[in-house]
Design a protein around this ligand. Sequence first.
Ligand SMILES: [Zn+2]
Length: 324
Amino acid sequence: MIHANNPAPTPRNADILRSAALAVIAALTLTAQTAPSPPAGTCAAGVGVQILGSGGPIAESDRAGSSAIVWIDGAAAILVDTGSGAFLRYAQSGARFEDHRAIAFTHFHADHVADLAAVLNSGGFSDRTEPLTIMGPTGSADFPGLNAHLQALFHPQSGAFRYLSGYLDGSAGKAKLLPIEVAADAVPAPWVDTKTGAKITAIPVQHGIVPALAYLIEVQGKSIVFAGDQNEFSEEFVAFLEDRKPDLLIVHNVIPEGPGQPRGLHRPPKQLGVMAAAINPKLLVLSHNMKRALDRHTEGEAAIRKSYKGPMRIAGDLDCFPLG
Ligand SMILES: [Zn+2]
């Protein structure tokens, strides 16, 4: 029986349906080719590092500002920086706020920290009430340190986002933040997570007038170094990690080699190579990729290679580096 309002497809209708189906398949294929690679699968087992934001600070590409997750056994355990644009990548990564063991900030330039409030705002919709360790450098006359930064955002009377002040005292069902301010002049004892055994060592680095830290993260026999933003005068950092042979050394790729480039905040490629050769990682990852550096990458790579001969990769947003 054929219902009047449900006619059998005529040849013309069938053609239209076939074209529509092909269009959908084509659209899905295009999506699969152009969407960022799905992340959580490759970082789900053991220890892995996922770069959330591989760019910044200029809005000049589809790269978010600096941010990364250290995944431990399928959990987004440690968040290192939450730069501008990281919020969207955080969602795409499949990270769950409930799984964080610590958030670690290298310094308080906006391209490393601007999305903190957005991540916490999102986390406020989760069931998490467990306190959350958060670490970052002390301040200076020019830059508020971690505690002052958190107060500026969340102080119940004066904070810009005072409606999230529960993150300071654990009220309103929020996860209380447990700040650890690290003086940017000596390597303190590591912080150890009692649940995962992850050990985080903050290492002061030189970043112009900005108090700044690098991080060594060790867990399950793997080690990862986030070099943060640093100039070539960060000698104590190199001395502390000399021939440490970490599984990953993640560095900024911000300025091209050669004269006429801004100096004082970052290592040029040649100095990235000197640092990498001294630390001797199993893989050097270039992140915080600025267009000006990528545009002259051939020259930059040659400068790095003068000292460092080991494996090297340029990170993209959501790239995962599984360490087993
Ligand atoms: Zn910076």
